[in-house]
Design a protein around this ligand. Structure first.
Ligand code: FES
Length: 512
């Protein structure tokens, strides 16, 4: 989407190329839009690093590098780093929930969500105001409520996700009837959640956006919502509009590639690229068949790039994952048992050629030893080889979202399993560990060289028993080199970020 105002344009999450092992494509096909012209934008907003929002190849080729990036306030600098690598140099670092005044009376505010379960450690929404017209691009973020946006005045356009964007329940090895029942529950919940947000904000116009993807590879074709399956979690925009009407909602506007919606204080005038939007969706299967035919070479080329027979999967997984298991307290405890990866060589139904266990209690990666495991994944070995070869730190933002696996588990869903596999770098793992540590009512202090210091670094929550080095009264956290004066609690590297510290033999400060 591009937001055009008299004070400048903001291009939001331009996604064109397939994501997650060539599984997800945008629907309808948007590759034929006039991208050279759309890419000439004043501002760029990439909400988060999920690959259906951050399309590196597209950003590199089509988006003007003189655009100013509106940056959400994330705990790690990964989004900025990756955009810099693509050639962007102008960044406006926003503070979450604070309005920024841009030139020409354009005002924006970004709300960043930063728990380990929000996107790839971070998801965000963008609020924009110009000339008395306000828009909230909530995108696929899930704030607990929308009050900070409501306080800024009535919103004219509310753009939000309404469809599924996950692998549940389709990949689970369950009887079809159970899968359908779970899928229906999920589909209903997605609609309910969207209606709740809409009711909360009460904007004049509602735009269902941010999905669903479509699946053009034959192996994944069954995931498209074209079979009248009430358990399909990927209903399209028209299905949303129909459902919304049932509860009296008549202010929804569908955006297709090329739609122009002109929003005023009391009006929304829409120019659609097709004559009849419901008829377009009624012919969805035909559009998909044609789209799949056009994109077959892209999928074939992607598949050919995944094989890396030279990679010894067990050895590489050991090398990459065991040091992180060693550092993990909360995530490892949270997972609480072994996680087994069954790797097949051919397509999904092929024979298992290697079975590897990530043993969280034992803190090791090893061959499966004919034991009982609570969590099991089955996927193709080339996919894991590819993840290891590109040193992917986020297996959610690659393997799991691809839906190119099946899963079985005993007992409940366990968010720690996925939180761990999206934190396969020291920086991410330390952040997630610290985040969970701080959820405890009494955040922990530790004794280091005669000082009683908070255990987690005020920067990105590294464990200071591992990363902290004290020299005199200065503590240096070696994860990023930030320094703190323990006597005053001041951070010597950056404003704010005070550390809680006192000499271990000093009396405990009085509490109110
Ligand atoms: S976590 Fe970055 S310096 Fe400590």
């Amino acid at each position: 989407m591009r937001i055009d105002t008299a004070a400048g344009s903001i291009l939001c999450d331009p996604w064109v190329n397939p994501a997650y092992f060539a599984s997800w494509f945008p629907f309808p096909d948007n590759s034929e839009l006039d991208w050279p012209s759309l890419g000439r934008t004043d501002y760029l907003y990439v909400s988060h690093l999920h690959r259906d929002h951050f399309d590196a190849a597209h950003l590199r080729t089509f988006v003007s590098k003189s655009a100013t990036v509106l940056l959400p306030e994330y705990p790690t600098s990964e989004l900025e780093d990756q955009l810099r690598e693509l050639g962007f140099t102008r960044f406006l670092a926003t503070t979450t929930n604070e309005v920024v005044e841009l030139d020409g009376g354009l005002r924006v505010m970004i709300q960043a969500l930063t728990s380990p379960t929000d996107g790839p450690i971070g998801d965000s929404s963008l609020w924009v105001e110009h000339d008395g017209v306000r828009l909230l691009n909530q995108n696929d973020a899930r704030p607990t409520d929308l009050s900070v946006f409501k306080e800024l005045g009535p919103v004219h356009a509310h753009l939000l996700q309404f469809s599924g964007a996950i692998w549940y329940p389709m990949v689970y090895e369950l009887p079809e009837t159970a899968k359908r029942a779970f899928g229906k529950q999920k589909r209903d919940r997605q609609f309910d959640r969207t209606f709740r947000y809409i009711d909360d904000l009460r904007a004049d116009w509602v735009f269902p956006i941010a999905g669903p993807p479509c699946f053009l590879d034959e192996e994944l074709w069954h995931l498209n919502d074209i079979f009248g399956d009430e358990g399909n979690i990927f209903p399209d925009q028209q299905a949303f509009v129909d459902e919304y009407r049932k509860i009296g909602g008549n202010n929804a506007v569908v955006l297709l590639p090329g739609t122009v919606a002109t929003i005023g204080a009391d009006t929304c005038v829409t120019r659609q690229p097709v004559e009849d939007v419901p008829a377009f969706f009624a012919a969805k299967e035909e559009h998909l068949v044609e789209y799949a035919r056009r994109k077959r070479p892209v999928i074939e080329a992607a598949k050919a790039s995944w094989r890396h027979p030279e990679i010894d999967v067990l050895k590489e997984m050991k090398h990459r994952i065991e040091p992180l298991l060693d550092e993990s307290t909360y995530l490892a405890q949270g997972v609480g048992g072994p996680v087994r990866f069954d790797l097949v060589d051919g397509e999904g139904d092929g024979e298992v050629v290697e079975s590897i266990v990530v043993d969280f209690p034992g803190r090791q990666v090893r061959r499966y030893a004919d034991e009982k495991v609570r969590y099991r994944f089955r996927t193709r070995r080339p996919l894991v080889q590819h993840l290891l070869s590109i040193e992917e730190v986020d297996w959610v933002n690659s393997l799991f979202l691809s839906c190119r696996f099946s899963a079985a588990r005993i007992g409940q869903y366990n968010e720690f399993v996925y939180s761990f596999f999206k934190c396969l770098s020291e920086e991410r793992l330390q952040y997630a560990e610290g985040w969970y540590a701080e959820q405890k009512p009494d955040a922990e202090d530790v004794t280091l060289d005669g000082w009683l210091v908070q255990r987690r670094c005020p920067h990105l929550k590294a464990d200071l028993t591992r990363f902290g080095i004290i020299d005199g009264t200065t503590l240096t956290c070696q994860l990023h080199g930030w320094r703190f004066d323990l006597a005053s609690g001041k951070c010597l590297t950056s404003a704010g970020h005070e550390i809680r510290a006192r000499r271990a033999d000093a009396p405990e400060p009085a509490r109110d």
